[in-house]
Design a protein around this ligand. Sequence first.
Ligand SMILES: Cc1cc2nc3c(=O)[nH]c(=O)nc-3n(C[C@H](O)[C@H](O)[C@H](O)COP(=O)(O)O)c2cc1C
Length: 205
Amino acid sequence: MFDNRKRIISALAAMTLISAPAWADVILPAPKTSAGMGVFAALNSRHSAKAGEFPLKDISKQELSNLLWAASGKNRFGKGWTVPFAMGKAPYNTIYVLDNSGVFKYNWKDNRLIEISKQDVREKAGPQPIVGLSPVVLVFVADSGTKPDVAWIASGAMTQNIYLAAESLAIEGRYVISIDEAQLRQALKLKPDEKPLNLMLIGKK
Ligand SMILES: Cc1cc2nc3c(=O)[nH]c(=O)nc-3n(C[C@H](O)[C@H](O)[C@H](O)COP(=O)(O)O)c2cc1C
């Protein structure tokens, strides 16, 4: 009787191990849409982080959530997005988040970071040393089937929104077009028709 119970317990333990998710997604806190300074004050001081200011310090998950929401979050009670997308389509650029815990894909639908890998690949994202000295590196990727001009326009709008949201929250940012495409393709596990466009380096002074 005791032996049987032991066998059942070890079988259940084994099943739990087998069914445990291999990757750990991150559910971000809801964005605080009333945070920070007003848009005109942010425009008046918007700037890129200077090379001498790196390494930057880490930001909180709340701050990350706010920046990602600014870049492609839902607004107007769920009827639109914070940036204009051609023909009112859902976002066709995906943002990947690189930090010291791994590679994540931002899912704007449920404000979640989907884990792609547990590898810290920040240093590989681009040739400039400041890339690896950023606690958070955002990578903008054009989804399959998105025309290059349309993807670049969206990337400009998304990154400018991040610049303004970052300014408003006293966070530093820098747009970087110099990327290592081959390394990013591998690290982000991209399909051949998904295209990495640019980075945005994020952190605090
Ligand atoms: C299209 C574009 C590409 C850029 N690429 C890089 C880059 O590869 N590396 C970098 O350090 N900064 C890059 N920058 C940041 C600019 O150098 C920076 O915006 C410029 O010096 C003006 O500074 P400000 O943003 O503080 O006004 C880029 C900016 C833009 C708009």
